[in-house]
Design a protein around this ligand. Sequence first.
Ligand code: FAD
Length: 394
Amino acid sequence: MELTADIRKETADVVIIGGGVIGLSIARELARRSVHDVVLIERSQLGGEASSAAAGILAPQVEADHADEFFRFACDSRDMYPEFAAILREETGIDVELDTTGTLYVGFTAHHQEELHRRHQWQTSQGLSVERLSGDEARKLEPKISDRVSCALRFPNDIQVENRRLIAALTRANEKLGVRLLSGCDVSSLAIEREAICAVNTSKGPISTRVVVIAAGAWSSSISCIPRSISIEPVRGQMLCFKPSPQIAQHVIYSSRGYLVPRRDGRLLAGSTSEHAGFEKRVTGEGLKAIKSMAAEIVPTLHELHFVDSWAGFRPRAEDGLPVLGPSEDVRGLFFATGHYRNGILLAPITGKLIADAVVDSAKSPFLSTFSPARFRSVASTAESSFDTFFALP
Ligand SMILES: Cc1cc2nc3c(=O)[nH]c(=O)nc-3n(C[C@H](O)[C@H](O)[C@H](O)COP(=O)(O)OP(=O)(O)OC[C@H]3O[C@@H](n4cnc5c(N)ncnc54)[C@H](O)[C@@H]3O)c2cc1C
């Protein structure tokens, strides 16, 4: 159900700000746990920002050189995907095209060989699934890759999802569960009284509530009343889309310069860039050139193809590059679910679950301690001075 009517005097049990993959996953989890009155507010179009721009790769192992808390968190979320996708299909009839072919990381030089050797060693020593391949063995799996590929690793458990279908499925699931999806509505500020949330102020009027979840991606720290110590910046990524016929790869294929992602409908995505360009959402000649050159290094025949589409999006990055998850220690009823940076699609199932646990049961997974917003407090001089002026309800 999409609300377009006047929402003055509106109330909600929980308000989620941001309708990307993170906000939608949390809303669905809350509704599945019988929180009946959930409102999700999206400024433009549901899933229309980073969550649509993404490549949908679910690959914590492919670039990891050690096992830390973030690595374990990401692997846990990846391993939730088969059930997540199956239940979403039951709920909505939408197939999110979870593709379990696996991911290849290809190398060209002696330096790459050493790097892949080390990655293979530490991952096998931890009991993780990873296969070491020669260039010829890699070409047996993917005949179109360059003759210059001299070594590869195959990660059978690193997979991919069609993230735009995932957005469609999460949207449909929320509609069916009775979540009120309010798109075309901008949240300007939070209303806080006696250090507790009492409302959100939106372009369509205030909504009274005691619980707010900030899931506004790269814009999360621009909402008034968010503690200034929490700073989320946009990191622009550009993507290219080819349409080779027939499809030229089965695996997601990485090199040290980027990746290729074959989709079931015949599209081949190539990405990406990593740029600090503010909120300038556009593709650039330089960006496209770099991606094309990376793609043709992996599959030389891509040089002959024209791309059919291109786009850009903003990865939400916190100062330390890690997610910001869980309750605020300064404002009762305020929760964060942001800063997912390069991995928001991968981390959607676990984020939905842990935030719903925290909101409904006050349950605190050890992961929420690691990724707590409180870790940034030391950079703010005092809790009080880290807030913008409080807003009273008009
Ligand atoms: C090129 C590219 C490739 C990527 N590839 C991958 C990948 O392969 N795998 C992976 O796991 N991740 C990938 N990512 C990262 C992933 O896309 C993000 O981490 C994820 O989408 C973040 O989701 P989100 O819901 O937090 O943010 P978003 O999808 O950006 O959603 C936030 C929403 O909040 C809304 N909003 C903001 N402010 C307000 C407000 N004041 N009021 C109301 N609404 C508001 C916005 O309009 C937006 O729709 C990629 C990102 C990019 C850019």
